[in-house]
Design a protein around this ligand. Structure first.
Ligand code: FAD
Ligand code: PHB
Length: 395
């Protein structure tokens, strides 16, 4: 790791996709920054998360020198499949919107990002503990932290919180100056990664009496599957056999016949929630990505929102340094949140339509859920609306 500076223009807290992409895009615009990460590099690189990159997110990665491995190793998907009541529907993105998505694991993107940040010469300070932010209402904020027992302070012009859902940065915004909106869903996802060929060339989202299931992939030899589980479940309650039989039961028979099972190489339980903290700015502190908003993974939007926040923020910071204009910084929160809320809506819609809600029998909600799916299966207009949101609304 390079020297820890005592002064820089921008201190970024959190080295996940939002923080490391921000550091790189600032470097491209000639703006110096330092990146603080709580965990070790190795830990950050091992986390298995997102898989779907929106059309415009991929374009941005390409334009900024991050497209090479994504284009070589990722997969272009021109549609996704929905399964319901034994039927399959293909949502044809290319025909309905002229766009597509790219399947490229967040783990791979994170590696590309750390590599480019290193090549840019941005100090990536990992194992930075106890981050504290002072003076965000003054001209020169300071960020303090401890690394391997030594105290450090970096002064800067702006502090950006990219420290994810469990981060601390937003807590430095006074409680009276922010508002939180939250929806907890009464179930979770159990995710399994296996060294097996994917069940299909494209993703399959399945709605079933037993609960939701999703078939995804990382490459020709590696599959990623999810099943809906109870809210309080644990990984221990999902030995591989139980997972595979539950997944099989939730897919149409003809599809399940093609499932290749194998030992899991990773398994997670992830709760589903929508959560937004507004605004994204207080004084010289800004928030981006999961530090400010979390969506349930059903719409595949979280990573993509981190990317769009960062693009808006880089524009705003460049306007400040290049032209001395604070207009972009003043508008950042409103501009980013307009896009975020549309993704919150889409993720809520997908989640509500496809999951089995505990206590939901043959009552009103269940009928509505069936009507929603029937409408989607029968209407090209409804399919176009889904496709437009899934490939990503314009930035
Ligand atoms: P994070 O990735 O959480 O990064 C935050 C970083 O900050 C971490 O490295 C963390 O260690 C660090 N940090 C935390 N606290 C501190 C601190 N105090 N000091 C310093 N550093 C700190 N999104 C999609 O777009 N498409 C998908 O297909 C998709 N699938 C998903 C599937 C699952 C199962 C899950 C769980 C998520 C999925 N997502 C998906 C969401 C996506 O993974 C997140 O939205 C994305 O990681 C957000 O990036 P981020 O950089 O904002 O936050
Ligand atoms: C994944 O591949 O991990 C994935 C894909 C689509 C989603 C969520 C996760 O909606």
């Amino acid at each position: 790791m390079s020297e820890i500076p005592t002064r820089t223009r921008i201190v970024i807290i959190g080295g996940g996709p939002a923080g490391s992409l921000l550091a790189h895009l600032l470097h491209v615009r000639g703006i110096e920054s330092a990146l603080l990460e709580l965990r070790s590099r190795e830990h950050v690189l091992e986390r298995v998360r997102a898989g779907v990159i929106e059309h415009e997110s991929a374009e941005i990665l390409r334009r900024t020198g991050l497209g090479k491995r994504m284009d070589e190793e990722g997969f272009v998907h021109e549609g996704v499949n929905l399964a319901h009541s034994g039927e399959m529907l293909r949502i044809d993105f290319q025909r309905l919107t002229g766009k597509h998505v790219t399947i490229y694991g967040q783990t791979e993107l994170q590696k590309d990002l750390f590599d480019v940040v290193d090549a840019d010469g941005v100090p990536l300070i990992d194992e930075a503990e106890g981050v504290r932010v002072d003076g965000i209402e003054d001209h020169s904020p300071a960020v303090g932290f401890t690394r391997h027992g030594r105290e450090h302070t970096i002064t800067c012009d702006f502090v950006i919180g990219c420290d994810g859902a469990h981060g601390v940065t937003r807590e430095f915004i006074p409680a009276g100056a922010r508002r939180t909106y939250e929806r907890q869903y009464p179930f979770c996802w159990v995710g399994l990664l296996s060294e097996t060929p994917p069940i299909d060339d494209e993703l399959i989202y399945a709605s079933h009496e037993r609960g939701f299931a999703l078939c995804s992939m990382r490459n020709e030899h590696r599959s990623r599957y999810y099943v809906q589980g109870p809210a309080d479940t644990t990984v221990e309650e999902w030995p591989d056999d139980r997972f595979w039989s539950e997944l099989t039961a939730r897919l149409p028979e003809a599809v399940a016949d093609g499932l290749v099972t194998g030992p899991s190489i990773e398994k997670i339980v992830t709760p589903l929630r929508s959560w937004v903290s507004e605004p994204l700015r207080h004084g010289r502190l800004f928030l981006a990505g999961d530090a400010a908003h979390v969506v349930p993974p059903t719409g595949a939007k979280g990573l993509n929102l981190a990317i769009s926040d960062v693009v808006y923020l880089v524009d705003a910071l460049a306007g400040n340094y290049d032209r001395g204009s604070t207009a972009g910084l003043d508008e950042y929160s409103e501009r980013a949140m307009a896009r975020v809320w549309k993704a919150v809506r889409f993720s809520w819609w997908m989640t509500t339509m496809l999951h089995r809600f505990p206590g939901m029998s043959d009552d009103f909600e269940r009928r509505l859920q069936k009507a929603e799916l029937d409408y989607l299966f029968g209407s090209e207009n409804a399919q176009r609306a889904m496709a437009e949101n899934y490939v990503g609304l314009p930035h």
